[in-house]
Design a protein around this ligand. Sequence first.
Ligand code: NAD
Length: 491
Amino acid sequence: MEILKNYINGTWHVSREVRTIAVLNPATQEHIADVPYGSETVKDVDQAVQAAAGAATAWAQVPVMQRVQPLYRLKVLLEEHLDDLAETITKESGKTKAEAIGELQRAIENVETACATPLLMQSEFSENIARGIDEFVIRQPLGVCVCIAPFNFPGMIPFWFLPYAIACGNTFVLKPSEKVPITMEKVMKLIEKIGLPEGVVNLVHGGKETVDALLEHPLVKAISFVGSTQIARYVYAKGAQHGKRVQAQGGAKNPVVVLPDADLETTSRIITDSVYGCAGQRCLAASNIVLVGDRGGEIKDALYEAARSRVTGYGLVDNVEMGPVISKESKQRIEQLIASGVAEGASLLLDGRSPAITGFEDGNFLKPTILSDVPLDGKLIKTEIFGPVMSLINLQNVEEAIAFINRNNYGNMACLFTGSGANARKFRSEANAGNIGINIGVAAPMAQFPFSGWNDSFFGDLHGQGRHAIEFFTQTKVVIERWPKEWSRKF
Ligand code: NAD
């Protein structure tokens, strides 16, 4: 079995760590690679960070217009290899190939947006702040920046950070999730061809010890983390303790509110896509569906029909709309959460546990599940499920719905379905979440906007993507200048 290598200083290196864990295809349990995992990866981290630090000064001196040229080449290579990368994503993460292609398109959009860095990095200039004195801001890179990624978007999430970081003149060390490390290995093989100097982009594999070594390394200046809230909070605190700039995106529990004036057919289709897309393993997956007013019964029926007819299976098989969840442990955890919801008093409207998927009996499959009348004070309503489970609750009006949302500890996304502009306006203003959708099921910001999680869904100040990324990956230097005429040498 292939043991994945690290990419450091432009060369592929065998890890110092001989212990590995297996990467399994979640639909078939096929063992597809081994990834280094253990305390010796600390030495790999040091090697990668030293390489990135060694490349940083020269890279920062390259004019920004030249720094973005490799990104144009990367865009073309990602497009040319889209099919192979999408298949890899399906094989290691379980999502369908169509979902994998969608994810890669989002990655490419970030590369495209980062190509605007020559413009985005421009700064303010004030002439004559006092007589004969000018003041201006220069944006300069930080040095070595690190990304620690989760399992659920193996091809996209590193691109929320990597292209902006290097375009701004930083060097980069990426640690992909140990559950899905192959996609980024393939991406690095493309990055090898785009003409970056050695050491500008590096990849190290591993788990907790690798992350800790990155957080503690004195040459690392900034950390971009995406993963569960528990680890995001830990990374934020530990990174700050070691003097790093940190942005840490965490978990979610996303509410979607349906008002009685919403269009029934479109709304139920969009909501089921949001809940069951990527088998619910999205930080922007709808989870708690709030039915407001007297049409709750009709909407419930429409959601049931849309969920029941969703085709579950192996993501490389045509017509399959939903793949497995990432691991056996994850499947078991989700099944236990469904059981706890029932124990709390919810009704099991559609039970997707233990489905028979012919030919893929060992896969980590769950089918769409719906629980209705879920108690508002129970565990299910508050816990991130990260699986294909919809919880339905009934409330009287938009005020109650907003109050329900604002009791949520998370704040990644809140969506509203309505025909009323006044209610939409109230909702977008008052709902306590950083990404709002109005008649949208997955309010995923485009690359030019910040991915704006709030509360326990985000720790930090500047988010990923767009202008926030440019600010995160640069530090400002203010210059105040005076050039008295009488000091000039006469020629
Ligand atoms: P995770 O927190 O388990 O792992 C994320 C990364 O942290 C991995 O690289 C992993 O190796 C590392 N890690 C795991 N345990 C660690 C520990 N104890 N100490 C140090 N590092 C550790 O998350 P996951 O299961 O891979 O991803 C799913 C989670 O990510 C969900 O909660 C989801 O909502 C969240 N997520 C959030 C966003 C967002 O934008 N807010 C996007 C995608 C996923």
